[in-house]
Design a protein around this ligand. Structure first.
Ligand SMILES: O=C(O)CCC(=O)C(=O)O
Ligand SMILES: [Fe+2]
Length: 213
């Protein structure tokens, strides 16, 4: 739960139990986050992974942490090695770990220790269809999701793909935490509108922290 400028619970939190929207929570540490991100992508570059049915995703992805989320013809899963380089995924930087733990703590999860951070890069038109995050072992652990760069419309649906979804915008620095009753809600990102962010240019970057293993 978090409060808006007037001390009210934000509308999205009123509608969705188990969702916290922490506006601009990541802004304080923007510079170090972006510097650490730049280092990660030199070691594990963004790539368009293929879904099990053989379609290249419009979102480009990489990972840091002990485990990284991947998809290919074999399916969705977490791996210790980057399939592109056969090297371990880059270590999770202290700045990422600290931010994700602070956000989880603020949302009511006192002992969140992510072992995976999926890094999504959206160019204009890129989208992520409604899906559940369910490749993790322990659904009592939340998802912590950090938005950077160009704004995007996030969708929260229900527990079936066809359930009606609520949409709300996410801006640079916003953090969403979902767990508990909301942990397995369908969610996604609508096609990214053309835009420019002063620090990141034409893209949106999303950091999704999970306790996967
Ligand atoms: O980009 C986002 O905000 C959502 C990403 C997401 O749902 C995921 O990576 O599983
Ligand atoms: Fe997701």
């Amino acid at each position: 739960m978090s409060l808006d400028l007037f001390g009210n619970i934000t509308p999205i939190e009123t509608a969705l139990a188990g969702v916290s929207l922490l506006k601009e929570f990541a802004l304080k540490n923007e510079a170090i986050l972006l510097a650490d991100l730049a280092t990660i992508v030199t070691q594990a570059p963004f790539r368009h992974m293929v879904t099990p049915s053989g379609f290249a995703m419009s979102v480009a992805m990489t990972n840091c942490g002990e485990l990284g989320w991947v998809t290919d013809r074999q399916g969705y899963r977490y791996t210790q090695l980057d399939p592109l380089t056969q090297a371990s995924w880059p270590a999770m930087p202290a700045s990422f770990l600290t931010l994700s733990r602070a956000a989880a703590f603020t949302a009511g999860y006192a002992d969140f220790t992510p072992d995976a951070c999926l890094i999504n890069r959206y160019q204009t038109g890129a989208r992520m269809g409604l899906h559940q995050d369910k490749n993790e072992r322990d659904f009592t652990q939340p998802i912590v999701s950090v938005s950077l760069g160009v704004p995007a419309m996030f969708q929260f649906g229900g527990f079936k793909r066809a359930d009606k979804a609520l949409s709300f915008p996410l801006y640079h620095g916003d953090v969403v935490v979902w767990g508990g009753d909301a942990r397995l809600r369908y969610h996604g990102i609508l096609p990214l509108k053309a835009n420019v962010h002063p620090a990141l240019g034409k893209v949106r970057i999303n950091l999704t922290f999970r306790k996967a293993g």
